[in-house]
Design a protein around this ligand. Structure first.
Ligand SMILES: Cc1cc2nc3c(=O)[nH]c(=O)nc-3n(C[C@H](O)[C@H](O)[C@H](O)COP(=O)(O)OP(=O)(O)OC[C@H]3O[C@@H](n4cnc5c(N)ncnc54)[C@H](O)[C@@H]3O)c2cc1C
Length: 538
């Protein structure tokens, strides 16, 4: 087909999809078979997979708007979404382990959720993560081999063929960073100088052993962001059985006895109930999901009593087990400016803070610009420079999300509690030391003038890591899957103690995956949809 033919077909699809959604939104039904709350990374996958059956009436409800904006679609512009209307703008509580610092905890708001505002890095997670989830849940379907088969099915991989780990026929277009910056290549060379192996891709073999370094795999297609909404949901938005409501807040889930039967929603000031004849699926992300569960009467009894909320089921683990990758930014000044390319992050590394570890406990991304914290900026931010965003892949610290109010509009309290565990401080010091050694490698000499942060001669100590700590925005774990009393969902993601309700998003991970988490969230979406299809024979 000619370019003009493709353009006409695309414009035709967009018109059809727009008219379809206007029609469906105008004639809302009183009840749908499935209601998915949240149109982010996992929610986009679930809605598409359920709507593939034309006999299923699917409603997806998203609090934010659409993704038609250059700030979303142009990969270089991702930082401009931070603090915008596309960001929930959460802020963690002041943390005594960070000398009272209250970290920003951005999360995406709008179709695609995090996958519409993130850095577009695609990371499968480590084999040991998935095998751990299989152990915790008692279901080998969460194990690395089973999950690998899902990745093969959903990917449309554009890099060197690797049929054991990568697929080419799926909806998710994944490509190695195109024409990466020389500074990304220098990082891979520097890693090799330190004895850290280099791989063709950061997924596949590299995530089966002790780690390594590689150019980043990205969700970018034809130079534009390819969010999980774009990969899964948008191509299905012209279907008559898929209603996508945007700018609509889910207040709470309502129950008949122990069965979830409807959702209370608010759109443009209008509050109404919509019924779910089969199931409600909560995919509102690791901060909003525990909030929505608690507002719906599911949580710790004392927590709900504190706010006068009626209890449906005492589930003490709701909001507990909060995890995130904490990162420490080290910055070098360029000899001569090098403009960032792609999303400005094109090299990845996973490595170990201690040689005896079998799997990586550190994750490092390069940023092709300075990224100081509000404290380390005082050490002097070079006008032109690059950053090692080194972080803890397996933090031991655990935080908590609690309600601030029974008002659905109120932000919850996020006690991220980073660096509260002494082992994390030790790993953090090793991480920053590794960053410093990378920056000092011969491979970087042609590009850099000096280490700006922490700064040559400055010690790497507790004070530095405490002041440098920022989030990788990988909030997770607050409605954890498992078999013990503190678990919130079972191996099929059903919320314990009630019927007709699942949680499927980054909240369910028992431990945060080793790498960036949108790909694991896509797996959660795929598995949730499969559980539902199996249960209802659809
Ligand atoms: C700045 C930034 C950079 C990141 N970089 C990367 C990266 O490069 N690679 C990577 O893998 N990960 C990255 N992440 C993390 C990743 O994008 C998220 O962890 C992932 O998208 C989480 O998926 P989820 O399905 O759990 O939730 P989300 O994708 O956050 O989706 C939740 C959705 O639910 C909606 N919602 C919430 N509450 C309600 C409600 N009450 N009613 C209706 N809708 C509601 C939200 O608006 C949102 O759209 C980044 C995140 C951020 C913020």
């Amino acid at each position: 087909m000619t370019n003009q033919g493709i353009d006409t077909e695309l414009a035709d699809f967009e018109r059809r999809a727009r008219e379809n959604q206007i029609r469906l939104n105008t004639d809302l039904k009183r009840s749908y078979d499935f209601i998915i709350c949240g149109g982010g990374s996992s929610g986009s996958v679930i809605a598409r997979r359920l709507a593939e059956n034309p006999d299923c009436q699917v409603l997806l409800i998203e609090a934010g708007g659409n993704d038609e904006a250059e700030s979303v679609l142009d990969p270089a512009q991702w930082p401009t979404n931070l603090g915008s209307e596309r960001d929930w703008g959460f802020q963690a509580q002041p943390n005594p382990h960070l000398d009272g610092r209250a970290l920003s905890m951005s999360m995406g708001k709008g179709l695609g959720g995090g996958s519409s505002v993130n850095v577009m890095v695609w990371a499968h997670g480590h084999r040991s993560d998935w095998d751990h989830y299989a152990d915790e849940s008692g279901d080998s379907g969460w194990g690395a081999d089973a999950v690998q088969a899902i990745y093969r099915r959903i990917e449309n991989w554009q890099g060197a063929p690797d049929p054991q780990h990568r697929g080419t026929g799926g909806p998710v277009w994944v490509q190695p960073a195109a024409d990466p910056s020389p500074i990304a290549g220098a990082m891979l060379d520097a890693a090799q100088e330190l004895g850290i192996p280099r791989f063709e891709s950061p997924n596949g073999l590299m995530m089966a052993g002790e780690g390594g370094a590689a150019y980043t795999d990205m969700l970018v297609r034809d130079g534009r962001r390819h969010s999980l909404y774009r990969a899964y949901l948008r191509p299905w938005s012209d279907r008559p059985n898929l209603t996508i409501m945007t700018n609509t807040l889910v207040h709470r889930i309502l129950f008949e006895g122990r069965r979830a039967c409807s959702v209370e929603i608010e759109r443009a000031g209008d509050i109404r109930l919509i019924g779910a004849s089969s199931e409600v699926i909560i995919s509102t992300g690791a901060i909003n999901t525990p909030k929505l569960l608690m507002l719906s009467g599911l949580g710790d009894r004392s927590e709900l009593t504190r706010l006068g909320l009626p209890l449906v089921e005492h589930i003490p683990g709701v909001g507990q087990n909060f995890q995130d990758h904490v990162a420490f930014c080290c910055t070098w000044e360029y000899h001569r400016p090098i403009a960032p390319r792609n999303s400005g992050s094109e090299a990845k590394m996973y490595w170990k803070s201690r040689p005896e570890l079998a799997a990586p406990d550190l994750l490092l991304c390069q940023a092709e610009f300075p990224v100081p914290s509000e404290r380390t900026g005082a050490l002097g931010v070079p006008e032109h420079g690059w950053t090692m965003f080194g972080g803890l892949a397996h933090p031991q610290s655990r935080g908590r999300v609690r309600l601030n109010s029974s008002d659905p509009h109120a932000a919850p309290i996020v006690d991220a509690n980073m660096l509260s565990h002494p082992a994390d401080v030790e790993a953090a010091l090793a991480c920053v030391q590794l960053c410093r050694e990378l920056g000092a490698a011969a491979a970087f000499k042609p590009f850099i003038k000096r280490e700006a942060i922490p700064g040559e001669g400055n010690p790497i100590d507790y004070r530095f890591v405490r002041d440098a700590a920022v989030t990788y925005w990988h909030q997770s774990g607050t409605a954890r899957m498992g078999r013990d009393d503190k678990a919130v969902v079972d191996s099929t993601l059903k919320v314990r103690g009630v019927e007709g309700l699942r949680v499927a998003d980054g909240s369910i991970f028992p431990t945060v995956p080793t790498g960036n988490i949108q790909a694991p969230c896509a797996i959660v979406g795929e598995r949730a949809a499969q559980f539902i299809r199996d249960m209802y024979h659809i």
